[in-house]
Design a binder for this molecule. Sequence first.
Ligand SMILES: [Zn+2]
Length: 440
Amino acid sequence: MSIVAPKARKHLSADALFHLVRSGFATMPDPRGEEVNISLTDALMSAFAMFSLKAPSLLAFDKERAEGNLHTIYGIERVPCDTHMREILDPVSPKVLRPLFKSLFRQLQRGKALEPLVFLEGHYLLALDGTEYFTSKTIHCASCLHRVHRNGSITYAHQMLGAALIHPDQRAVIPLMPEPIVNCDGTDKNDCERNAAKRFVARLRQDHPHLKFIVTEDSLSSNAPHIETLQDYDLRYILGVKEGDHTYLFQQVQAAEQAGRVTYYERHERAAGLVHRFRFVNDMPLNASQAHVRVNFIEYWESGEAKVQHFSWVTDIRVSKRTVYHLMRGGRARWKIENETFNTLKNQGYNFEHNYGHGEQHLSVVFAMLMMLAFLVDQAQQLCCALFQAVWAKLGSKRLLWERRRALFYTYALASMRQLFEALFYGLKKPTPVFGFDSA
Ligand SMILES: [Zn+2]
């Protein structure tokens, strides 16, 4: 029986998405004007290819700058050397990359790739979380955040608000354009996660005016101003809460319990040896000073053989015995933005915190956005490309997959990424070793 490589969905293949990325780059204005020997498109696409191929550093990418497959697969005419790439990309405003995230998202929508991510009544679950991906005492740029210490020394840092569509049953996540948390115009005024979240939701609504989202975040986000912002932009939410930070709310729940208004629900998952216990109550005040902000409250205990895990959330979705289990799974899926997104970028070959070069203006932020774009293309493959899934299953780990892919990319002349994945799937014919036998 012969093994046949799974068919790809053509418009969602890595090759089609690379083409889309490249044509998006080609529309961006080059701040240097027209007389240049390497185009902005090539510089952006080279940086994208560097993250797509999981080059361990810019220097490593530069060393293997054989242009054959970079031309045929990524459509790059000329690859800049490392210094030149940094020079070209440093003045590029990260904002110009936003339309690209949107056009990739649209392509996934058109190909119906996002349907498995629908969580509740046509709503997508959208996880938001801040992360810090760079700190230094010495290296810094105009966009760096400043932390001034008591002894007068400064720590420079880069943070972003990451965003991704997630689903409790799917490992793949679909990132949106992150919102950089950066210093404002090179002054000492630091940006913060709360402001970044305001900008993010405004832009989210510009890009996707009609999409339905349920935003899920950790307990730092469970404050009245943020909830009102979400409401202003017609976004639903499931947000973590903690007894220590939301004392008034928990007291009100206690009072409701004494008044007999709290509902209990229990569900046994015998195969997994788990018991899920809930108590919930609708229409509670979030805090004393802004009692007009009303939330529905869920508290949850998962008991396994060895341990009990405890979570609580507030949501604007009405909680009932019919919905509470599903809402809990949505709230718990939030860890995917930390685990499947940030940790993957940090530990699974993307080298998110690695120093590819910092620049003086925007380079560090531009690199972070391009890395997220490469991650989006990879996640799209993981979600909807059967060939990618088959190769991943065969090799057993992403790390090995990226390693093998890079090895083939730099060894053979290839026509497409599809061809490369087919070679990984079928295996390449290796020469048979010749043994000499002693017949005596
Ligand atoms: Zn910086």
